[in-house]
Write a protein that binds this ligand. Structure first.
Ligand SMILES: Cc1cc2nc3c(=O)[nH]c(=O)nc-3n(C[C@H](O)[C@H](O)[C@H](O)COP(=O)(O)OP(=O)(O)OC[C@H]3O[C@@H](n4cnc5c(N)ncnc54)[C@H](O)[C@@H]3O)c2cc1C
Length: 376
């Protein structure tokens, strides 16, 4: 694809996708004086982090619960220009053997599960006694059995991973379960990052503030292909799936999808924490209750159940070596596109959290500006 049109160029940048990657770049470029058109095929901005009020007036995340956490002071400071925050530390319980137990696995998890009263020091010895020696850690199964042994692996990880990915942990990269730590203390928080907070008025409001500039035009309900040859632009930033950009010429990259079942109940609270995982029962992996996460007070409560699916909107790149190989072929095509920059979770086929996408977009902005300066 090349620079479009021969007449006066209306936009310096055409940005495809109004999620984190596209919106951060739109904001930065507009602040630097560039004229930006940002298009999204959905009816709203914010990408998968979009939030809204449901019919009952409860603030929900239609694409599943999004919890902001980061160790990056830069990313937190950057986003703080567009939102105030509500401190929030996410807690997750796993439903195992008829009990609700803290996950990541910690001292309380093991003591409650087995009816023990170990101390932190004794828990280290316990893990050492049940861990299975793994010569070379390659898969998600290796990571867990090598740390906490087979029983905890079977109860907390195996079923969850099989549901989530449609694959056994022995078939998935080590990176998937390595994301979930194991603790010997009683820290019951899901994340241990320095900054853990939710945007005070929601994600969508934060995105609205980012895109509120006379240099930014937002076009929703529009696939970029509908306008790419009609509206003149100089450079494209693409944040959709990379394989779709190239018409799946090497075959589709595997993505895992989700189906969301949203419910509202006439009670103040349904669950004790923000998310309950179901590693071994039911078709869903987890249920999340939004009021814990957003801090909203309301006489009703809304929850979302997540059912992993093979088909549907692309949500998670599937981390397997053969998929990384296939992505490399698309990446070579992407690198050869002089007028298009690929950014974000789907365009770079990486299992990134929100803060990582913000960091990637900020780094991309610096590169684009220094390239532009070099051309002068
Ligand atoms: C269920 C779930 C839970 C998550 N929870 C967390 C969490 O708790 N914490 C966390 O940090 N991260 C979480 N994430 C990850 C987070 O959603 C992503 O890191 C982030 O949203 C990625 O931003 P992005 O801009 O790269 O992509 P997206 O948000 O996917 O935005 C891409 C946009 O491009 C648009 N688009 C694609 N193709 C086209 C086209 N042809 N024309 C026009 N528009 C197009 C799409 O409609 C979309 O809006 C979660 C993800 C999922 C799926």
């Amino acid at each position: 694809m090349t620079e479009s049109g021969t007449g006066p160029v209306a936009f310096d940048y055409l940005i495809v996708g109004a999620g984190y990657a596209g919106s951060v770049l739109a904001e930065r470029l507009a602040r630097a004086g560039r004229r930006v058109l940002i298009v999204d095929r959905r009816a709203h901005i914010g990408g998968n982090a979009y939030d809204c009020y449901d019919d009952a007036g409860v603030l929900i995340h239609p694409y599943g619960p999004h919890i902001f956490h980061t160790n990056s002071a830069d990313v937190f400071a950057y986003l703080s220009q567009f939102t105030e925050w509500r401190p929030y530390q996410h807690r997750v319980l796993a439903s195992v053997d008829g009990q609700l137990l803290p996950i990541p696995i910690n001292l309380d998890t093991v003591n409650q599960l087995y009816g023990l009263s170990l101390t932190s020091f004794e828990l280290e010895d316990f893990f050492a006694s049940v861990a299975e020696p793994v010569a070379q850690v390659r898969t998600s199964e290796d990571v867990v059995v090598g740390k906490v042994g087979r029983d905890l692996y079977n109860k907390f990880f195996r079923g969850y991973t099989r549901k989530q990915w449609g694959l056994d942990p022995s078939e998935l990269d080590a990176s998937v379960t390595a994301r979930v730590p194991t603790r010997t203390n009683r820290d019951g928080r899901y994340f241990a990052d320095t900054y853990q907070a939710m945007p005070l008025h929601g994600y969508t409001r934060m995105f609205q503030n980012m895109l509120d500039s006379p240099n930014i035009k937002v076009m929703l309900n529009t696939d970029y292909r509908e306008i790419v040859d009609v509206i003149p632009w100089r450079h494209m930033i693409y944040t959709g799936p990379v394989d779709a950009f190239f018409d799946h010429c090497y075959g589709p990259l595997p993505y895992r999808s989700l189906e969301f079942r949203h419910e509202t109940h006439d009670v103040d609270e349904l669950f004790p924490v923000g998310t309950v995982n179901y590693p071994n029962d039911y078709g869903y992996t987890r249920v999340s209750e939004f009021k814990h996460i957003t801090g909203q007070r309301h006489h009703q409560t809304s929850v979302v159940y997540e059912y992993p699916r093979a088909e549907g909107d692309p949500y998670y790149p599937v981390p397997r070596p053969e998929n990384a190989e296939l992505y490399k072929r698309y990446e070579a095509l992407a690198d050869a596109e002089e007028n298009v920059t690929f950014v974000g979770r789907l365009a770079t086929y990486r299992y990134y959290n929100m803060d990582q996408v913000v960091a990637q977009a900020l780094a991309t902005f610096r590169r684009l500006e220094s390239d532009a300066a070099a051309e002068l």
